[in-house]
Write a protein that binds this ligand. Structure first.
Ligand SMILES: Nc1ncnc2c1ncn2[C@@H]1O[C@H](COP(=O)(O)OP(=O)(O)OP(=O)(O)O)[C@@H](O)[C@H]1O
Length: 692
């Protein structure tokens, strides 16, 4: 059957179901309703071949800006969902309220495959545009929806199965849809359940952040479920009236609709005042306190969170009793490279200039530049940032540059290595202690690191290695934004930009029960992924920059072309740290003017050779080339160097026979000679290696 034929058969079936000539029982009521809407309200012809409209870049950018805060909250959840579903043939998609795809995670192969169907960032998947489909239909139904293959309104989408769930803001307004689109018809139940959890987590995060300057009550009828995904959350104003509530709060309080709950005084919901709850909680420390419901027979267990401090946060503005959420600043969608697929195109606009403190972080590598721009934008909102990267990839250097870029640059940058804190000193290191708090304590007491970071930046390095018992303590500090030094009754409010880093995959650690999920969400407002050195396209300028730094106060020596080849080919498992050490050794061994292969550590030369660097070992023992030629080669860009490598490889393969190499490349000998000249390949090199 040809495609138009199958489209018309598919269309006919839909018409028959909508017009009542065919029983629609094998389809859900949601699907039949949607088909009816598409046909009668939107007047879409089901036999038509059509693709969704795609927004122009400026139109899309405008939406990305509007959605930036929600995207930043959704991105870690989308990555986690993608990892959990563990299927390369699916995409996790976020749309705005008009069905425009604003963020998408998938494998490169799948995204290329479905791009032909219009599943890509900027495409409009509303029902009006794309007929019955998970995202568009979920937007109208405002509840989780699954649309299996032939349930799609248009025939060209019938290879897909979509599961979609709505995300509501704290006022109960539908704000976005999270969707999983796959080729497998079997997936939807599983993905619908996971989608529901992800949406709930995103909503909870939004509520936490937007109302971190309000009182918050966390409660559940089972004490062990307080501080979990199932807890109810209420945000309250200073008059103890409800500003916002999460889904679980509505359910637990007896099925309230959100508008009915907003503005209600707390003592109409519980048989206790806010002041009493706060006092009880203060006395009970980290343990939830029992509070009776006013109408329901339930007893709840509750923790109260005091309003946070600080000017940079997402505090709601209250105007004449009406709650207004501050306008979100322009900051972009998170790059898809963050966790799952480095190939998904980043949505970070490239025109934003890199700020001065960050210029030494990126020298033209697009992945790194995207992370720097993203960091710059989220900093103004004080969103907690988690830096993920291999050891030595520059996480601490990056964190430091972020501090320099931040509004708190004049205040302290306090780094704590969570892996190396001795267990018995952890608490005093972090929280400090009062004079004479314990035997051996300094007489004048000590300010803990967290207090030192007050007003500035707290950088928790190697957070993935923090022991479990300390994770709970830290969580409490991050939630309450207050510390109490050991041996002291005083509680001190703290406010800081929170940065954390690890070479470990925190989401994985959460899965395996080694890291607290609630702490993970506190830390991971947004995740930035620092690429390993071997993946960076700006290796050469980085090498030159580090060499210049290390050679100070002298001018840097030149690099022999073969040394450049070694440095570019070696896979650098120790990343920038290892590169710096290698250059430091080379500087110590060379004559001060010129670095050749023999000046580099032998394991690096060997490693480069194994990784395919031409001539590395042969030339390690050779006399150096002229330094002016070396200088020229060191100025080649990565493409030229790679072209040079390829030509050298071919020349070797064909025993330096120019005619054969030209033939193998389908170019004339003259063109080849020109290339060799341009790339500084001397045919005399053949003699050095004994070839003719
Ligand atoms: N952008 C950069 N420019 C020059 N050198 C850098 C840069 N980033 C990192 N380095 C070098 O690499 C070393 C390691 O950097 P850093 O300590 O930031 O890495 P890390 O990822 O935090 O490592 P680890 O995971 O082992 O703690 C630094 O001491 C510095 O010498």
């Amino acid at each position: 059957m040809t495609i138009p034929e199958s489209a018309s058969r598919h269309g006919e079936q839909i018409l028959n179901v909508v017009n009542g000539q065919l029983c629609g029982l094998q389809h859900s009521a949601v699907v039949t309703r949607s088909w009816t809407r598409c046909l009668r309200d939107f007047r879409l012809d089901p036999a038509q071949q059509r693709l969704p409209a795609i927004l122009t870049r400026p139109e899309l950018n405008e939406r990305l800006d509007r959605m930036s805060e929600l995207i930043a909250f959704a991105q870690p959840q989308m990555s986690m969902l993608y990892q959990r579903l563990a299927d390369p043939d699916l995409a996790v998609v976020l749309t705005d309220v008009d069905g425009v795809i604003v963020h998408m995670l998938s494998s490169v192969e799948f995204s290329q495959d479905v791009e032909l169907l219009g599943l890509r960032t900027g495409a409009v998947w509303s029902e009006r545009e794309a007929g019955t489909n998970g995202m568009g239909t979920c937007l109208i139904e405002a509840e989780p929806v699954a649309v299996r293959q032939s349930e799609h309104y248009f025939a060209q989408y019938t290879s897909l199965t979509c599961s979609a769930a709505p995300i509501f803001n704290e006022h109960g307004v539908l704000s976005a849809v999270l969707d999983v689109t796959s080729r497998s018809p079997l997936l939807q139940q599983h993905s619908l359940a996971l989608l529901g959890i992800s949406c709930q987590m995103i909503e909870n995060r939004m509520l936490d952040e937007r109302f971190r300057h309000a009182h918050q009550l966390h409660f559940h009828s089972r004490p062990e479920l307080v501080n979990t995904l199932d807890e109810g959350k209420l945000a309250l104003d200073d008059n103890a009236r409800v500003l916002a509530a999460n889904r679980s709060a509505l359910l637990q309080l007896g099925g309230y609709a959100l508008p009915a709950l907003l503005g209600k005084p707390i003592d109409e919901l519980f048989k206790t005042s806010l002041a009493d709850i706060l006092e009880l909680c203060a006395r009970n420390g980290p343990h939830p306190v029992p509070v009776d419901g006013a109408y329901t027979a339930h007893r709840f267990f509750m923790l109260a969170r005091q309003p946070g401090l600080g000017s940079g946060g997402a505090a709601p503005l209250r105007t004449a009793g009406v709650l207004a959420v501050p306008a979100t600043p322009r900051h972009p969608a998170t790059p898809a490279s963050a966790q799952v697929s480095t190939q998904v195109p980043t949505q970070v606009p490239t025109q934003v200039p890199i700020p001065a403190p960050a210029t030494r972080l990126a020298y033209g590598d697009p992945q790194m530049e995207a992370q720097v721009r993203l960091a710059q934008r989220v900093l103004t909102r004080r969103i907690p940032v988690f830096l993920h990267g291999e050891t030595g990839s520059g996480k601490e250097v990056f964190a430091n540059a972020m501090h320099q870029m931040s509004p708190a640059r004049e205040r302290a940058f306090v780094a704590i290595n969570c892996a190396s804190l001795p267990e018995n000193l952890i608490e005093s290191e972090l929280f400090g202690y009062r004079a004479g708090a314990f035997t051996g304590a300094q007489r004048e007491g000590r300010r803990g690191k967290i207090l030192q970071a007050n007003g500035g930046t707290l950088f928790l390095d190697e957070i993935g290695d923090m022991p479990m018992n300390l994770q709970s303590r830290l969580l409490r500090v991050l939630e309450d934004r207050q510390v109490s030094p050991l041996g002291s009754e005083t509680v001190i409010k703290v406010d800081f930009q929170l940065l954390s880093a690890s070479h470990r995959d925190l989401a994985e650690l959460v899965h395996s029960g080694q890291f607290r999920a609630d702490l993970f969400y506190r830390l991971n407002g947004i995740e930035l992924r620092l690429p390993p050195l071997r993946e960076r396209s700006d290796k050469l300028p980085l090498i030159q920059h580090i060499l210049a730094e290390e050679a100070q106060p002298l001018p840097p020596p030149t690099l022999a072309p073969e040394a450049v080849q070694v440095l570019l080919h070696y896979p650098w498992p120790g990343n920038l740290r290892q590169l710096r050490h290698a250059l430091r050794i080379a500087l110590a061994l060379c004559d001060g003017e010129h670095i050749a292969c023999r000046h580099l550590p032998a394991d690096i030369v060997q490693g480069a050779q194994q990784a395919g660097a031409p001539h590395a070992s042969a030339l390690a023992a050779q006399p150096d080339m002229q330094s002016d030629e070396a200088r020229t080669l060191a100025q080649f860009n990565a493409i030229e160097l790679s072209e040079r490598d390829t030509l050298l490889g071919l020349l070797e393969q064909h025993r330096w026979n120019v005619s054969t190499v030209a033939r193998s490349l389908s170019i004339s000998r003259n063109t080849l000679y020109r290339k060799l000249h341009r790339l500084h390949i001397r045919l005399a090199q053949s003699a050095q290696t004994g070839q003719s």
